[in-house]
Design a protein around this ligand. Structure first.
Ligand code: FMN
Length: 267
């Protein structure tokens, strides 16, 4: 029996939760623990096939209330072969909307059997104050308690789970722009302050889309999903977003969702 923590995690929140659940689950079940981190684009060129004895803790961030659509093609290549799965999503204190039900449905369609699921809070990709620092110790403790209950469910041979959300899934969440109409921020890209940039290449190395030109980090060579990895991991704070609709949306999120939200676990 193997427990596999598998996740996409540009700024590390989804990773922390997946590792906490996976490690505790492996401990409880005396199973081998491994990790498949598919954050970087090279890792999404590999095909992942599982066995019915595998237990896969599978996480993605919520993007616009859904599973990140840039991952859909990759997710379609998974082969569950009856492996047990625990889908979970992380979200930045607004809402996970239909991300969790969508992820659970994808895993079912790919031959996994969902037996538990969860939605956990992680610092918002756009902000340093929205759910700042989460998941922190208390969240990780909750993730471990969740793992203990999953282990008990597995030991008792229990199955079945109700995924929370709507079918058909709600449309991708869109912020409201300066003109009062839904804003499309998909084409927004980060800027580099050349005076602060030390050309260390960290941004190019951490971009999950491989979209920052290694030779000239001020140039984008692919799409940007605004995951915040380059901005938050830049050691000199040289990366920033200045798009007016992006900034308006960030401000509204910070203003509208200041309250601490609780993690959700379903068994
Ligand atoms: C483009 C984009 C859209 C997002 N949409 C939502 C959302 O609809 N609801 C929400 O609460 N958080 C949203 N977030 C925040 C992330 O879900 C959250 O920061 C996260 O789970 C980060 O995971 P990571 O630390 O593993 O990268 C969004 C983030 C990005 C980049």
């Amino acid at each position: 029996m193997k427990v596999i923590s598998m996740y996409f995690s540009p700024t590390g929140g989804t990773k922390k939760i997946g590792e906490a659940i996976g490690e505790e689950l492996a401990k409880q079940l005396s199973a081998e623990k491994i990790t498949y981190d598919f954050t970087l684009s090279d890792k999404r060129k590999i095909s992942y096939a599982f066995e019915s004895s595998d237990i896969v803790v599978f996480g993605t961030p919520t993007i616009a209330g859904r599973v990140p659509n840039v991952l859909l093609k990759f997710l379609d290549t998974l082969e569950g072969h009856g492996a047990i799965s625990i889908p979970y999503v992380c979200y930045g204190n607004r809402n996970y909307d239909d991300a969790l039900i969508e992820l659970g449905d994808i895993l079912t369609a790919k031959g996994f059997e969902n037996i538990a699921c969860g939605a956990f809070i992680a610092e918002h990709s756009f902000s340093r104050i929205l759910a700042a620092g989460r998941p922190y110790e208390k969240d990780l403790g909750e993730a471990k308690n969740f793992a203990e209950k999953i282990a008990e469910k597995i030991r008792n041979g229990e199955r079945g789970i109700e995924l929370p959300g709507n079918r058909p899934y709600r449309a991708y969440y869109k912020p409201i722009g300066h003109d009062g109409k839904p804003a499309d921020i998909r084409k927004v890209t980060p800027k580099v302050n050349k005076e602060l940039c030390i050309d260390c290449k960290v941004c190019a190395q951490v971009c999950p889309m491989g979209s920052i030109d290694y030779d000239d980090v001020t140039t984008m060579v692919g799409i940007c999903i605004k995951c915040g990895a380059c901005e938050k991991k830049c050691p000199t704070g040289a990366i920033f977003y200045d798009d007016p609709n992006y900034i308006k949306h960030r401000g509204e999120l910070e203003e509208d969702y200041p309250m601490r939200k609780e993690n959700l676990t379903c068994l």
